[in-house]
Structure formats: structure tokens, C-alpha cells
Write a protein that binds this ligand. Sequence first.
Ligand code: ARG
Length: 458
Amino acid sequence: MIDKPLWGGRFSGEPAEAARLAGSNPEADMLLAPHDIRASIAHVRALEDAGIVSPEDATAIEQALEKIGDRPFRDVFKASDEDIHLAHERNLAEELGDVGAKIHAGRSRNDLVVTDFRLWLLEQGNDLAESIGSLAGSLSARAAETAEMPMPGSTHNRPAQVVTMGYVLAAHAFGLVRDLERLAQWSSRTRTSPLGAGALATSTLGLDPAKTAERLGFDRPFLNALDAVSDRDFALEFLAVASILAVHLSRIAADLARWSEPAHGYVELDEAFTTGSSMMPQKRNPDVLELVRGKAGRIAGDLTALTQVLAGLPSGYHRDLQEDKQPVFDAVSTLKNSMPALTGCIETAHFDAERMRSDAEDPELYATDIAEALVKSGLPFREAHMRIGEVLKRLDEEKRTLRDLSSDEWANLGLPAGSKMLDPDSSVRARNMPGGPAPERVLQQCDAIRAALSSISS
Ligand code: ARG
């Protein structure tokens, strides 16, 4: 059957070279090859269970497939093979002759490719979960270490209220915990086996898809064969999860890059995670962070690309579906390359407590604390807000700050002299409600992050 012509009796010749090239996807063939061997072995055992292939033939086919799987890819795949599935079938027929030609009964490349792809992506999902776990772990370790380092917290990139470096790092870690939860849920939905669906409508051969699913380590078999070959939700959902993760990485990178600007100087990046300039000898640039910041757009593009492939596609297999892989490969390799770099940046960063503290002494950062002190003495918040706003306006005009208020002026406001209130440590300690920036609360948050990380990974 593998003898010329490629497409069997209905064809009298070979496909045009240009047609072959239009359909070639060597990266997919190489990455899916080991999974195609696994899926083929599970399938041949299903054929054996159904009495289509004898136990001896099934064993011979399994052994030959294993042998093929051990060979270097370049020895298995020929330029003239349309894809890895047909290459494996050709190799098998070359090994075993007619016996090898029995494997393709009751299966199609339509169910096979999507089985291979799920197996591959589930493995990648596990690796990705590990990288997210170590990034979140590093963030929470550094958060605990810097829980008592006050810094200005900002909204709109303008000084807002005093926080600590630990508080901000913990905030970023919580996003990653949600990414891990999403990935675990995605993985449980993805563990559905399509094998046995055939081209679109199963077969007459009496195969047991549930047994095949079990052999491949899936949680369940497909419930409708047409859905099994048409469905690419698992790839699309993976890209959606990856896209949200990439947004988180981008925002972590953006914060670190900003804090490492000379104007802030809160963070000094380890030299190994910076780059020089080809022209300006003095430069040490945060290229690694900028690259991670930029990757989010690329991964969002991968999600968009696959969405466009799938939208409007009628049910059943169409060759358009081969375009499901490249965006996923791109997202996976992009994340694989950037996550360890970001983790390295965080693990080796030097936090400059003095620079942060000196900026955290900016008196305007305490305006809200002072307004709240008035609220505690009975004033409605709007009134307190108005009063402090007026004081700030007057101080501005007089080129003074809250630090220059005399004890009489504090007394006029109805407050004890405010020097204690204008202190970074007291300010963060005072916001010690659950979820707040007080050091003991940040340590609790770090515990919650660690607990979540170990419960998701177990
Ligand atoms: N290589 C294809 C893919 O990646 C599978 C082949 C199915 N081809 C077909 N003409 N039914 O999706």
C-alpha cells in the first residue's frame, strides 16, 4: 500500500513538488514523532483487542515502532513523506511488509494528529507549570525578604501611598498562582483521547476508545467522533492561558525595568542579566526585561492566529487545521525561553532599601493616612479629603510640605503633631488589615502563595 503512488489506487502519479511544499511542516513532524509512536502502539493494541490484528502481529508492530522511534528523526523522515504519520507507516511497512500495513485500520491521520498534539502539549503544559512555580516561588521568597522595605506605591505612575517592595512582589506572585490554576484546569479538560474517532465517524471494527484512552494516560475517551477530530479548544485555550501568563510576565518585567531606571534606582539588575551598548560604553541596559515585556504581544498574536484559523471552519477535519500547531509551538518556545530569564533577573536583583526609603519619605504619600486620621476622629471622609487637599494647596503655594507644618497647624487640623505619621514604617504598619502592605500581612500573603503553589503542584 505504501508503494507508489502515494495516494493509492485512485491516483496515477505523485503530488507536485509545490503542492508537497505547501503542506510541509517539519517542526510539527519532529516534535510529534515520539507521541505518534506512542499513539500508534496504543492503536495496534486496540486492533488486537478487537481481533483485527493477531497478538503476534501486534507485538511485532509494537517492537518495530519502538525501533523506529529510537532512530534519529532524519533517518525516519524523508522529504517525500507528507507528514510524520505517513513516514511512520512507511517505515513500518519497510520493516514488516504486509504485517506493518495492518496498522492504519480504524484510524485516520485526523484522529491521530490531534492525539499526538494533545500528548505533546500536555507534556509542555507540565514543563510550563514547573517554570511558573519556580518564578512564583522566587517572587514570594524575595517578597518575604523585602517585606520591610518601604517604597512609594504609585497609581498612574505618580506617588500614591507608601507600600513595601515585598508587597508589590507578592502581588505579582498572586497573578502567577492564578495562571497555574488555569493551567491545571486546562490540563484536566485536555486529557480527553480522540484516538479511535477515525476520519470523522469511527469505524466498523469494534475498537474500544476508552481502553485506548487509558493506555495513553488520558482521563477519558471522546464522546463524539466528529467533535474529536474537529475540536481544537485545547490548543486555543492553551494559548489563552499562555497569553494571560505572558501579560503577567510583561508587567513584572515592566515594573523591574522601571525600578531599575537611574531616576528610581530601587533595583540594580545583576550584570549577567543586562546588556551593554555597541556604541555607548557606559550603558547597562535591561534588554532581558524589555524582551520579556515585548513577548506578550507576540503570544497574543499566536492566540489571534489560531482563533482566525478556527472561526468559520465547518465541522470535520480540514487541512486548515494543520495550522493549529505553529502558533502553539511559538507560544511554548517563547515562554520556555523567557521564563527562566525573568526568574534569574528576580533571583539576582539587588534591592536598594535606602533609595526606596528616601523616595518613600515624600510627604505627599501620607496625605491619605492623614485624611484617615481625621476620619477616625469622626470627620466624614469627603470632608477630611477636602481639608487635607486645601492644606496641600496652601503648602504648595508657600513652597512648603506637610513636614513643615507647625504643631499649631497640626492642632488646627485636629491632629497631634504629625511627624510620627509621616514615617514610612509606621505608615505601612498602620495598614495591617488582611491583604494589606503591613510586613506581617505580606508574610501571610507569602505563606498563602507557597501553600497554593504546593497544593496546585500536588
Ligand atoms: N498533517 C496533518 C495535520 O497536521 C494531518 C493530516 C491529515 N490530513 C488529511 N488530509 N486528512 O493536521
